[in-house]
Design a protein around this ligand. Structure first.
Ligand code: HEM
Length: 200
């Protein structure tokens, strides 16, 4: 494909994200302590602890061999075994900015090569039981998520409220109301220089 060692190592860093599943590729555990929850179907084995966050933890975690619950494919391990790959893998484990820069360039190159289907006419899945409808997989908005509830509570407390007492008086709003009342009173009862009698 015309990718050099640097690009191969950088692109492998995409495995910072996602999981492998034994029922799909045959690789990985059916579930680990890191994949009990998450978007989509739970389970599988991730390469990193935070497998929804894109950073250089893939290189750090493989280097430290930190956990049996994290996946290391033979191709991942090769990045720290082959002397040429190793230079880049070590660098990316230390330097997240270098990883981001090289990853972006390598990903652009990969994309520009274009996706080539084999067979060229693509793959059609026969006998699909039902049409794919994305909305079916949405969680809906019947109930606020726990993290959203926490966020709303934090904002409420930040402006002085608490779960046990109502918000204190909003002084700014009171001043605006008082000014409004004064304007109204002076309009109704105050002197009117533009009245028909002002000439007298
Ligand atoms: C040496 C080349 C590579 C090998 C051997 C490899 C192998 C694999 C395997 C076995 C899986 C698990 C699939 C499954 O069980 O569902 C996987 C997933 C994944 N691969 Fe690779 N991969 C390679 C290169 C790449 C590259 C170049 C990228 C992107 C630039 C990439 C991105 C991903 C992602 C994001 C997942 C997770 C998918 C998910 O969570 O559903 N991989 N890869």
């Amino acid at each position: 494909m015309g990718l050099d060692d640097k690009e191969i190592v950088a692109l492998s860093g995409a495995h910072t994200l996602g999981r492998a599943r034994p029922d799909r590729s045959g690789w990985g555990k059916p579930e680990t302590k890191y994949t009990k929850t998450g978007p989509g179907e739970a389970g599988g084995q991730s390469w990193t602890v935070k497998w929804l966050k894109f950073d250089n933890s893939y290189f750090k975690d493989i280097k430290e061999k930190r956990d049996d619950d994290l996946l290391v494919l033979p191709t991942d391990a090769a990045l720290f075994e082959d002397p040429s790959f190793k230079n880049y893998a070590e660098k990316y484990a230390e330097d997240v900015a270098a990883f981001f820069k090289d990853y972006a360039e390598a990903h652009a190159k990969l994309s520009n090569l274009g996706a080539k289907f084999d067979p060229p006419e693509g793959i059609v899945i026969e006998n699909v039981p039902e049409k794919f409808v994305a909305a079916k997989y949405s969680t809906g908005k019947k109930e606020l998520s726990d993290s959203m509830k926490k966020k709303i509570r934090a904002e409420y407390e930040a402006i002085g409220g608490s779960p046990d007492k109502p918000l204190p008086t909003n002084y700014f709003l009171n001043i605006i109301i008082a000014i409004g009342v004064l304007v109204l009173l002076s309009t109704l009862f105050g002197g009117n220089n533009n009245s028909d009698f002002s000439g007298f």
